[in-house]
Design a protein around this ligand. Structure first.
Ligand code: AMP
Ligand code: MG
Length: 342
């Protein structure tokens, strides 16, 4: 069964064609990074306009290059929530048009769940229930995923998301946008000693032991104060980046440890743009061995960041579970629980 997935929730316009929810036939991503880099973050108005300008061409290219005929597409899936409203509307409208014109089912999907489902395109099949850890530009959260289309939030961020913290700290350090890869590159050049005292304080040190919570704005502020106090900081950029990562990733580890302990679930999927970070990947592998849980992360970078293949992939499994969406389904900036007709 061939499905087409559309992703326009933030600053990537992307279309993916997927077969049977497991085989990627085509994946095209147009990243708007250059358009937003001068602002150090995504500007919603610029994002929605750019989606509108690119999406038709992207569909044409996807169809031409994949060798698939548009009439062979059997369902269309689209990100409906969460995301930038003006951007979501562009993808939603294209999905509605394709559904009507091709007379195929329409499946609106949760962007966060799509990130967690994408590992199924890499021949991995985490069993339900699993813990879904989402680390991206807009989210740092842990979900208990019961089935396709069914997940419960266990813990969220109370301020900045992890990717957002990377981007904001990179701006403070005068690095390019997006900041994640830039900070990673510098941090990798620094050899952190065992038990080396860190410049920045431990995050959420006094959090009650069963609580799952993320917060990164304090770390960003700690970096800011350090830079103000140390005008010569450029000499130690590598150390600052390494210490920042260390503190940021320790909180991820702490929350995963808590989620495993509270739920007793030993199947963990970690996804989202920040998982492209190889230091994080290594740390996750180590802690999965130590705590004895089964870890799944997307391997290919293109599948870590926003993409249409993950949307088509989740759409397939929802459709198999009988979930389709009405033509007038709603899009929503904040996460919506259910938008299926059945
Ligand atoms: P997403 O929101 O899932 O599209 O992911 C984008 C976010 O991931 C941005 O905030 C990036 O800075 C962050 N990111 C991408 N690559 C890396 C990396 N290698 N290390 C840390 N963060 C990253
Ligand atoms: Mg995303």
């Amino acid at each position: 069964m061939l499905g087409l997935g559309i992703e326009t929730s933030c600053d990537e316009t992307s279309i993916g064609i997927v077969e049977d929810g497991k085989k990627e036939i085509s994946l095209k991503v147009y990243s708007q990074t250059e358009l937003h880099s001068a602002y150090g973050g995504v500007v919603p108005e610029i994002a929605s306009r750019a989606h509108l300008e690119k999406i038709n061409d992207l569909l044409d290219i996807s169809i031409k290059e994949s060798g698939v005929d548009l009439s062979d597409i059997e369902y269309v899936a689209v990100t409906a929530t969460p995301g930038l409203l003006g951007s979501l509307i562009v993808g939603a409208q294209m999905a509605r048009c394709l559904s009507v014109a091709l007379k195929i089912p329409l499946v609106a999907v949760d962007h966060l769940e799509a990130h967690l489902t994408v590992v199924r395109l890499e021949e991995k099949n985490p069993s339900f229930p699993y813990l879904g850890v989402l680390l991206s530009g807009g989210n740092s959260a842990i979900f208990q995923v019961e089935d396709f289309g069914k997940m419960k939030l266990l813990g969220d961020t109370q301020d900045d998301a992890l990717g957002e913290a990377f981007d904001k700290v990179a701006t403070l350090l005068g690095l390019d946008y997006p900041g994640g890869p830039e900070i990673e590159k510098l941090a990798m050049k620094y050899s952190l000693r065992n038990n080396e005292p860190l410049i920045f304080p431990e995050l959420l040190k006094d959090l009650p032991s069963e609580k799952i919570l993320f917060s990164y704005s304090g770390l960003k502020t700690a970096v800011l104060y350090y830079l103000k106090k140390n005008p010569d900081y450029r000499k130690e950029l590598e150390k600052i980046c390494s210490h920042f990562q260390e503190r940021a990733f320790s909180l991820v580890e702490k929350n995963i440890k808590r989620a495993v302990s509270v739920t007793k679930i030993r199947e963990v999927v970690v996804a989202g743009g920040v998982v492209a970070n190889s230091t994080l990947k290594e740390r996750l592998k180590k802690i999965s061995t130590k705590l004895n849980f089964h870890l799944t992360v997307p391997e290919r970078k293109i599948l870590c960041t926003d993409n249409g293949a993950m949307v088509a992939c989740l759409g397939y499994f929802l459709l198999k579970n009988g979930k389709t969406s009405a033509i007038d389904f709603k899009v929503s900036a904040t996460r919506m629980e259910d938008f299926y007709e059945n």
